[in-house]
Ligand binder design. Structure first.
Ligand code: GBH
Length: 486
């Protein structure tokens, strides 16, 4: 009975006694507990003030690609290039949120979320990436923000979720793009900073650098040699750093600045000291070009050694910007790697997944929900982060509308419930997790997978734009209302 206090035990006994006395059967008793009428010591309760939200991104939901003076982004160009996305799908219309944003805010309101993470399309504000402002685009985001605030939903805005303005010559190969990004950040945060208090610079460095310029799976679809890829990566983190400085200089004090990063997550195969340390070493090296560089203000020696002559060229002052202090770090978490300690130079080895590891509908989402706990623990222990958000977590599912008109996505609920259980452990141990954003509010344009993969908790009929809450939306609504894992 060690670990269970007398008071705690007493409560359980009092509860059962009350149940027995009232003549309730046990399941009914459990039900009365779940409705919040009495404390339930076995429930995974989140602390008061924990923030629940949903996340989306501009190119994935807005559509209106040519409306209101928006300029094209690299994703417009890429998705319109034959063979690049599933069945040639594009974000031309997507969820048409550009026109239907009020309806989407109603969906949020109905869920009871306190927060919403959205991104802005840079080329809606600066159609050419820099220079001339498109006032219609500014007004659009201003209206979305007002609609959210009117409904008591706090906006968390990502400035860049991969839709680089196509007009910027050389894209992320060009150092000037980092500077243009900072100018855009300065402009729009100054405009909306009276109402928006939480900003994220970039979303997931590896996706707009490596996937775009090394693997070619994402826009702009290039496969460059290592030295050039490393330079693209450097421009990515430089853009973040310059933007942090720009936001600080243009917003009222108290404005919270961070980023959303899909730091690669490493789970120790067994929770023993040596493997936990191995997971930390893996977290540092596995994120060396990105989060590690931001947090440590330089590239790790092991990374520089490994890249040799291909290492990025760094100019004076770059790391001062890149390592600008942040108010929070956001991490996007879907799936991990498992590691064990070994006596190699790097100090760990990745364990290949057995072929029987369960997967979700997207084959890259291998189900291992403990990743949400380790994602938090590894980064906070390594870098003493003051505040952390889970800026994305969720899964695709082979959603179908059944004969009763419902979408019973029990696999998604299973995924989410298990991840939230492990996140609860991190919160209970005192890790500074402030909130959780579920990916995603709506089915949307899933990048290279087009509309073939559905990540929403609302089903979208892309022909009619009808939104239908899935079972997972009902589950999330209850989770939020009870502030506990259900
Ligand atoms: C996030 O990316 C994004 O921020 C979000 O926009 C996206 O919709 C969401 O997750 C769901 O994907 O097909 O095996 O080659 C997650 C990072 C990068 C993970 C691309 C999947 C493709 C793996 N993703 N990657 S594979």
């Amino acid at each position: 009975m060690k670990g269970i206090t007398r008071r705690f035990f007493g409560k359980i006994m009092a509860g059962s006694a009350a149940a027995a006395a009232s003549g309730l059967s046990l399941p009914a008793f459990a039900k009365s507990q779940a409705s919040g009428s009495a404390p339930n010591p076995t429930r995974l309760q989140y602390p008061e003030g924990f923030l629940w939200g949903c996340a989306t991104a501009s190119y994935q939901i807005e559509g209106g690609a040519k409306d209101g003076g928006r300029g094209p982004s690299l994703w417009d160009v890429f998705s319109h290039t034959p063979g690049k996305t599933h069945e040639g799908d594009t974000g031309d219309v997507a969820d048409d949120s550009y026109h239907l944003y009020k309806e989407d805010v109603r969906l949020l309101k109905n869920l009871g979320v306190q927060t919403y993470r959205m991104s802005m399309s840079w080329s809606r504000i600066f159609p050419e990436g820099k220079g001339k402002v498109n006032q219609t685009g500014v007004d659009y985001y201003s209206n979305v923000v007002d609609e959210l605030l009117k409904n008591n939903i706090t906006p968390y805005i990502t400035l860049f979720h991969w839709d680089t303005p196509a007009a910027l010559a050389g894209g992320w190969q060009n150092r000037d793009t980092s500077k243009a990004f900072a100018d855009y950040a300065a402009f729009i945060t100054k405009k909306l900073g009276d109402r928006v208090k939480h900003w994220m610079t970039t979303n997931e460095f590896v996706c707009f650098t490596d996937l775009g310029y090394k693997i070619g799976q994402f826009a702009p679809g290039l496969k460059l040699p290592d030295a050039q890829v490393n330079q693209v990566r450097h421009h990515g983190i430089l853009a973040h750093g310059l933007a942090v400085q720009a936001i600080r200089a243009n917003t009222p004090s108290g404005t919270q600045v961070g980023l959303a990063e899909n730091a690669t997550v490493y789970v120790p195969i067994i929770e023993t000291k040596e493997h936990v340390e191995a997971a930390q070493k893996a977290t540092r090296l596995g994120n060396a070009p990105f989060l590690t560089a931001l947090m440590e203000g330089k590239y790790m020696n092991l990374y520089l050694e490994r890249e040799g002559a291909n290492a990025p060229k760094v100019e004076e002052g770059d790391f001062k910007a890149i390592s600008s202090p942040l108010d929070f770090v956001g991490i996007n978490v879907y799936t991990p790697f498992f590691v064990r300690a070994d006596d190699s130079k790097q100090g760990y080895a990745e364990i290949p997944y057995p072929t029987s590891q369960p997967k979700m509908a997207s084959p890259w989402i291998l189900l291992a929900p403990e990743c949400l706990y380790w994602a938090v623990r590894n980064v906070v222990d390594l870098w003493k982060i003051p505040a952390l958000y889970i800026t994305e977590n969720g899964t695709s599912s082979d959603d179908v509308i059944n004969s009763a008109g419902r979408i019973d996505d029990i696999d998604r609920i299973m995924y989410l419930r298990n991840h939230l259980s492990h996140l609860h452990r991190a919160v209970s141990e005192g890790y500074p997790v402030k909130g959780y954003f579920l990916w995603s509010l709506l089915d949307n344009f899933e990048w290279a997978d087009g509309y073939s993969k559905r990540f929403g908790i609302h089903y979208v009929d892309f022909k009619t734009q009808k939104r239908t809450p899935k079972l997972s939306a009902e589950w999330y609504k209850n989770t939020i209302a009870q502030n506990a894992v259900l």
